[in-house]
Design a protein. Sequence first.
Length: 263
Amino acid sequence: MADHTASTIEVRGCKIGLMRGGAGRPLLILHGASGAGTWLPFMRSLADKFDVIVPEHPGFGASDTPDWLDNIHDLAYFYLDVLDQLDLNEVHLVGVSLGGWIAAELAIRSTGRLASLTLVDAAGIHVPGVAQIDSFLRTDEQRIRDFFHDQAHADEMVERLLRPELEDIAMKNRVETARLVWQPRGYDPHLHKWLHRIDVPTLLVWGSHDRLFPKDYAFAYQRLIPGSKVVIVPECGHVPHVEKAATFISELEHFIDGMRAAA
């Protein structure tokens, strides 16, 4: 599996962490509320075929928290600047949870540098009447367990993440997430009006047992994004790229390869 490098880049005066590995078509991954963390197994696997690029959002992890960061829209515009600065074209953009919201906001503004969009259990819209867990009302351990359908995976993640040396970063990520998504909780009341502007092939990957953003959200996004495709991953919670990594990778690669065959 491909190795990676970790570096810091500065975009419009804001320094962010960046992991990058592999070669081929650029695949940009926008992480969820827990931060970019480490170079995960699914990233290593994708780097066998793609130039995998994983930035850490402003306000998260070791990245700067700039004065201009007030909302998700700011991050969408920031990543448009990142694409320009890195001069990336024909990018396969993958957004996970909070990162999916950012990716959707980016794509309604401009798909000029995108080849495709993949949203994974994404926040960003609201589906009335669908029960959801509010992560801000959960303990640290409960929040991690809520991500998974298979609690054996949750056991491993609790042991890996709930360590004293990670507390400061975890708190920084939680505070920044709260600033960005507190009210209304986890969505932009205007985003749904503009999702029709997304004009690149779009894949929606969802865990069948996601309790944070249940699979109803996948089909709601599908109705709003023209031509988008839904894949529901069985026996899976909020993080299919972690809990069912092999299935996630297979579906993503099949989607991208299918685009090339149709071109």
